[in-house]
Design a binder for this molecule. Structure first.
Ligand SMILES: Cc1ncc(COP(=O)(O)O)c(C=O)c1O
Length: 444
């Protein structure tokens, strides 16, 4: 860890862990300790670690073709794009590849600008779309991330959409918060935007901002807003596809279809292949404008495309979407029982195999308890379970191959971690290098 601190600049959770290998739902550190990887890496490894068929694909493809000029194509990029198109409704069939989720969202915004000739991108408060500068500008999770970036950020009018965060809606408004949040959004667009709206950008579920799962009515309202302002509706599925929520794409839970959808993380199988999918019409209208098609050095490289293609084929072949729905019910039922037992769990939210605990100091005031959340995450690692904690939100997002017995064991350990965290509020833990608490801006 000392050598890491001296030579690698990065956020680091406590306790520091150096991982060395992984297998299935487990990840192992250099001292040989196994942990349940309840975050699938960075929410990427839908099939868990070292899936034999993916290992074989990597071996074969590494010996065949890893990279070529991006002015040419390869069979794996074409097949992956075609298969993605087959999983999507309507005319969402054309893929512009990227390397990261941030880049995929930048492409989507470029497409919206190119097609509409307008500039405003409206994004959701509590949304997260990445860390490159334009993606950061439409990200509002933790204002501290933007400190010091000054005029490199798009003016804040971009962040116009009030989220359907019913749990923390103003008191008395909870039941009507969908309707009120849409009304407030309209008001903001009218008065804070230039009224020249190119795109409406939203995560289908606002994961990092508090696992906000919109209602069907709210999503239909968002579609209406995009149509009314002549804007493209862009849904960011980086955290959700494939299958994690119990549907291949998160937006299939709703009666809407976006104009553009972006994929990353889970769809990438942990390889640098992400992208932006749209209709042939939008792709052609965007061509030649605002830097579209996006190319760069690595997007659509054969190695990551072959691996992501194989993963998607396995997800379809083994019907892991239904498995995520079924096991999601199991995970949720267990977490709801934990919520009944522990005062510090204010709410459980999520869909399928992606669930989150909202850690609070007081259930009545819903005051977030950031430090308690960090303590739970810390002790979870000590009990052999890796979870993600951002602010007071603890997220569980295991590989879809996890078994019911493994869920039970992992949650048993998490329960022990909560007990340890609750009985120890004093041992000083050093969170300065965890992005969650390092720049605490007291946002709730
Ligand atoms: C919803 C969403 N979109 C985009 C991104 C950015 O992806 P990347 O880190 O690959 O740039 C993230 C990252 O956490 C995300 O959660």
């Amino acid at each position: 860890m000392d050598r890491d601190a001296q030579s690698v600049l990065g956020w680091r959770y406590e306790p520091g862990i150096i991982f060395e290998r992984g297998h299935g739902v487990f990840i192992t550190d250099v001292d040989g300790n196994d942990y349940y990887d309840m975050t699938s890496g960075m929410m990427c490894l839908v099939l868990g670690h070292a899936h034999p068929e993916l290992v074989e694909t990597i071996r074969e493809q590494a010996g065949r073709l890893v990279h070529h000029s991006s002015w040419y194509s390869n069979p794996w990029a074409i097949e992956f794009a075609e298969l993605l198109g087959q999983t999507l409704p309507g005319k969402l069939k054309v893929v512009n590849f990227a390397v990261t989720g941030s880049e995929a969202n930048e492409i989507a915004m470029r497409m919206a600008l190119g097609v509409t000739g307008k500039f405003d991108i409206l994004s959701v408060i509590r949304g997260l779309h990445g860390g490159t500068l334009a993606a950061e500008a439409v990200t509002t999770v933790g204002g501290a991330r933007r400190r010091g970036l000054g005029p490199l950020m798009i003016p804040a009018k971009a962040n116009c959409i009030i989220p359907p965060f019913t749990y923390r809606a103003p008191a008395g408004c909870e039941d009507r918060w969908d309707e009120i949040s849409l009304q407030l959004t309209e008001e903001l667009i009218q008065h804070a935007s230039s009224q020249q709206v190119a795109g409406v950008l939203a995560e289908t579920m606002m994961v990092a901002g508090g696992m906000i799962v919109p209602s069907n009515e709210w999503m239909k309202g968002l579609r209406r807003i995009a149509d009314k302002w002549g804007a493209l509706l862009i849904l960011d599925e980086a955290q959700l596809a494939p299958g994690r929520t119990g549907k291949m794409w998160g937006f299939e839970h709703y009666d809407i279809v976006p104009d553009i959808v972006t994929f990353a993380k889970g769809m990438s199988a942990g390889m640098p292949v992400c992208g932006t999918i749209t209709t042939p019409e939008i792709a052609e209208q965007a061509r030649g404008h605002a830097g579209i098609p996006w190319a760069g050095t690595y997007p659509q490289d054969p190695l990551p495309c072959a691996v992501a293609l194989k993963q998607l084929q396995i997800v379809l072949r083994d019907d892991l979407v239904s498995r995520a729905a079924q096991l999601g019910h199991v995970l949720r039922a267990r977490l709801d029982i934990m919520k009944d037992e522990y005062e510090c769990i204010g709410d459980v939210r999520g869909k399928g195999l992606y669930q989150m605990l909202d850690i609070v100091a007081d259930r009545r005031t819903k005051q977030p308890d950031y430090e308690m959340a960090e303590r739970v995450r810390y002790y979870a690692a000590a009990e052999g379970v890796i979870v993600i904690c951002v602010k007071n939100f603890i997220r569980l997002c295991p590989p879809t191959i996890i078994s019911e017995a493994e869920i039970d064991d992992a949650l048993g350990r998490l329960t022990r971690a909560i007990n340890r965290a609750m009985s120890d509020r004093t041992t000083p833990l050093h969170f300065a290098h965890s992005s969650s608490l390092a720049q605490n801006d007291n946002a709730i």
